[in-house]
Design a protein around this ligand. Structure first.
Ligand SMILES: Cc1cc2nc3c(=O)[nH]c(=O)nc-3n(C[C@H](O)[C@H](O)[C@H](O)COP(=O)(O)OP(=O)(O)OC[C@H]3O[C@@H](n4cnc5c(N)ncnc54)[C@H](O)[C@@H]3O)c2cc1C
Length: 325
């Protein structure tokens, strides 16, 4: 780690100050404090934006970048921009969130900067001048501490499970970054389609109603959607259900899907394979409905019901609708 100028850059790819953003900034802020250095937040949007002002409460410096390509979340544009900023700032660490964009950029950025990268961090600290990341391994069965021996450390964190950043006594400065031609790319966005999702990102959901292959087809998901509406929840699914085309792939949680950390995760007709559990391990409460009393999900849940989901979802929805109305 550079002795002279320990700087931690936190890359914020959203303009929403939600739990995930607060957790991401918290990770960067705490690491900067531990290194005794400065916390720099990089964000899209203008330097006079409301969001930049919000960010300044949690960083010593906010650097904004205004570009259409970045607004379109082009990975290569962001990669070039952060590389350029890193050459100027010589950071000890670059911290990113657990969105798809961050996950794509992290290893590429580390490679470009000659640093080291790791993903899915549950804690980031400093030991003997090196960044040390804690993350779960073997499908959540063990926890590993990994030291990043090359600098900068480029790390994407499980943002929504991190403690939020604390507001500073003095807000940081806000400046518009000048990255010039650096945002030019060798790829071009031709077309994009918005994912159909009510109520925001699955990663930020407080309640999730999720379905698996045991539902038997796409139709029963309509019942889970109706139940989610009553609970003001979002819907998710196992990989098996997504692969069968019953629901969009954007619903998948797990090792190769999204990592979620809701207050309540209700898994319906999901066996609880380790690859699925990896994505939901940070949930505060896990509840499961499954006909098989030996389904692995029952080993990990606080509330389990051995029953056919067909007998449960309808009455549960009715009851909750009455209770919550
Ligand atoms: C490299 C790799 C990565 C993976 N990544 C992921 C990932 O990101 N996410 C993921 O989910 N999986 C992932 N998987 C797949 C994972 O191993 C499982 O195959 C998958 O999670 C199983 O999905 P499921 O629980 O819906 O289906 P199943 O394992 O088929 O389980 C269905 C369950 O439904 C129950 N059931 C049946 N009928 C009913 C009923 N009427 N009422 C109630 N319960 C009923 C059954 O008892 C059973 O437990 C990955 C696998 C690999 C190898």
């Amino acid at each position: 780690m550079s002795e002279e100028k320990p700087i931690v850059i936190t890359a914020v790819f959203t303009t929403e100050m939600n739990t995930a953003t607060a957790g991401l900034l918290g990770a960067g802020q705490r690491l900067a404090k531990e290194t005794g250095g400065a916390h720099v937040a990089l964000s899209s949007g203008g330097s006079d934006s409301e969001f930049a002002a919000k960010l300044s409460a949690f960083a010593d410096r906010v650097i904004t970048v205004d570009s259409e390509d970045l607004a379109n979340s082009q990975p290569e544009s962001w990669l070039n921009t952060i590389s350029s900023l890193s050459s100027q700032e010589n950071p000890a660490a670059v911290i990113l969130g657990n969105d798809i964009l961050s996950q794509e950029i992290t290893p590429r950025l580390a490679h470009r900067l000659g640093g080291a990268s790791i993903g899915d961090a549950q804690a980031v600290t400093v030991e003997d001048s090196n960044i040390v990341v804690t993350r779960s391994v073997y499908g959540g069965k063990a926890v590993a501490e990994i030291e990043l021996t090359a600098s900068p450390a480029v790390v994407w964190v499980r943002a929504q499970s991190m403690d939020p950043a604390e507001a500073q006594a003095t807000p940081g400065t806000i400046t518009a970054g000048d990255f010039g031609a650096n945002v030019e790319t060798r790829t071009r966005l031709v077309e994009s389609h918005d994912e159909e999702s009510e109520g925001g990102r699955l990663e930020d959901a407080q309640i999730i109603v999720s379905g698996g292959r045991g539902l038997g087809g796409p139709e029963p998901f309509e019942d889970l959607i109706a139940l989610a509406k009553v609970l003001k929840a979002q819907n998710a699914a196992s990989r098996a259900a997504c692969d069968l085309g019953w629901v969009p792939h954007s619903w998948q949680v797990g090792q190769t899907g999204k990592k979620v950390a809701p207050q309540l995760y209700l898994g319906v007709a999901i066996s609880g394979a380790s690859q699925h559990m990896m994505g939901i391990a940070d949930s505060k409460v896990i509840a499961a409905i499954n006909t098989d009393p030996d389904a692995p999900i029952f080993k990990h849940c606080q509330f389990g019901l051995v029953e056919d989901y067909k007998k449960v979802i309808g009455p549960l929805k009715e009851k909750l609708a009455k209770l919550l109305s």
